[in-house]
Write a new protein. Structure first.
Length: 465
């Protein structure tokens, strides 16, 4: 990654004199230097430079300001033209970095007769390295030696849900504890895709996916293995939900979307109440069929024999965020379950993923888990005439382990994300272990280690024949 400042390779005195005569600032070269953050490791930087430096040349190392986006050309140009704000660190050709350099721009400058003839900007950022996946915890009904999932076994599949924190919501005001460079999408998106590659889920549900990033980043990086369905939030919202599924394990049948703004039509006679439901949240309901290891010809013969093919409904949703709108979230949950009951039977296989913005003590959780609401909260008397009931028999994949802390900020830590499934048709094999305490800095994420304020959840299942 160390690039020469010019192309000359001569070391003669006449050429040095010529360099002196034509001294000028060369185009600044930029290096993204990744310093390991787990251990306070130092690393030597020794940029190549031609001609070989003689006593006439001075080499200087400076530390500049904290940077925001090391991939931004505008920021590079700004730093290149900046003369003030640099602190001299060393006059040696080689500089040994220290942990205090993390997050700062470094400048290596070469002068000939007190005139700058070349410079190079270094951005010292934490090395994300290769993401080390968390361990899987086997279900109590599964022996510990059972593998999390078998890529070649069509009866097993893995599901991952992840609110990736849309770029439009990742700002320093909301996350003041996160280094600015670690908030940039260029930094975070690589960490997100690394997690996806590490777990290789057969079904991937993401929330807060901006359409431009869905089209230009996720689809190009995942299209070799996955097909996808995407729904942008209604009106002027830039983000939405996406589902990617493994083409080798599942065959697409159909999908449809839900716009929760439509709930407001139920309350047309009470405009103030109807306005509460204009939250622009959405859901996707996808219908897949499990592929068999058998040939297509044998599959057709199996279908002709009357044997019912194994099919799966997958839901991805993002409910309204505001904790003061528990009624809205409950109605949004009801809308999902009613729509599912319209297309699926009680015996069908169902997986529901998403950011439900609801704690395990909430009415939303109670409704999903038990199929009814025992008692509405105070202030929700208006909804007493609405039936909250479903017969889908759902269970949280993390129920045995304990629903995880899936959203971690300075002001809030709790479980908002879930993977719901039908235990009558799916056997839970294992779930990804909960995030250990102390893995996040200053009490909140995102940070250098975690690219979102939410934690990814993964569960492994097996179809019950």
């Amino acid at each position: 990654i160390l690039m020469g400042l010019n192309n000359s390779k001569t070391t003669t005195e006449s050429q040095e004199a010529e360099a002196k005569e034509k001294a000028e600032i060369k185009p600044t070269k930029v290096v993204i230097f990744r310093l390991f953050r787990q251990v306070p490791v130092s690393c030597s930087l020794s940029p190549s430079f031609s001609p070989v430096l003689s006593t006439e040349f001075k080499t200087l190392w400076f530390r500049g300001p904290l940077f925001v986006d090391p991939y931004s050309k505008t920021e590079v140009q700004k730093l290149s033209s900046m003369t003030d704000g640099w602190t001299l660190l060393s006059k040696e050709r080689t500089y040994k970095t220290v942990p205090e350099d993390l997050g700062f721009a470094l400048k290596y400058q070469v002068e000939y007769s007190d005139q700058v003839v070349g410079s190079k900007i270094f951005f010292v950022i934490p090395d994300q390295g290769k993401y080390v996946p968390r361990k899987f915890i086997p279900s109590k009904s599964t022996h510990s030696e059972t593998p999390p999932t078998n890529p070649t076994n069509p009866d097993t599949f893995s599901v991952m849900t992840y609110n990736i924190l849309a770029e439009c919501y990742a700002d320093a005001y909301t996350f003041p504890y996160c280094p600015e460079y670690a908030l940039t999408w260029n930094f975070r998106k690589q960490a997100i895709i690394d997690r996806i590659y590490s777990y290789r889920p057969d079904i991937l549900c993401m929330q807060e996916v901006q359409q431009s990033e869905h089209d230009n980043f996720f689809v190009p990086n995942l299209k070799e293995k996955y097909s996808f369905a995407y729904k942008k939030r209604s009106h002027f919202k830039d983000d939405g939900c996406s589902i990617f599924w493994n083409n080798e394990k599942f065959r697409y049948l159909s999908h449809f979307t839900i716009d929760f703004n439509d709930i407001s039509k139920t309350f047309q006679k009470t405009p103030d109440l109807a306005a509460r439901f204009q939250t622009n949240n959405i859901a996707i309901i996808l219908h897949l069929e499990k592929k068999s290891e058998k040939s297509e010809k044998n599959e057709k013969n199996e279908k002709n024999s009357g044997k019912k093919p194994e099919r799966l409904y997958v839901v991805n949703t993002h409910l309204f965020w505001n904790p003061e709108y528990s009624d809205v979230k409950l109605m949004q949950a009801r809308d999902i379950l009613l729509r599912l009951m319209e297309v699926a039977s009680d015996s069908d296989t169902i997986v529901i993923c998403g950011d439900f913005n609801s704690m395990p003590s909430s009415l939303v959780y109670e409704f999903f888990r038990f199929g009814r609401i025992k008692k509405l909260e105070a202030g929700l008397e208006y909804y007493c005439g609405i039936e909250f009931k479903h017969s889908l028999n759902l269970r949280s994949a993390y129920e045995e382990l304990g629903d995880p802390i899936s959203n971690i900020t300075v002001s809030f830590k709790g479980c908002l994300d879930y993977i719901w499934y039908t235990p009558g048709s799916l056997k839970l094999i294992s779930v990804l272990e909960n995030l250990k305490e102390g893995l996040h800095n200053d009490g909140g994420i995102p940070n250098q280690d975690h690219p979102s304020d939410h934690v990814e959840l993964v569960a492994n299942f097996q179809f019950i024949s």
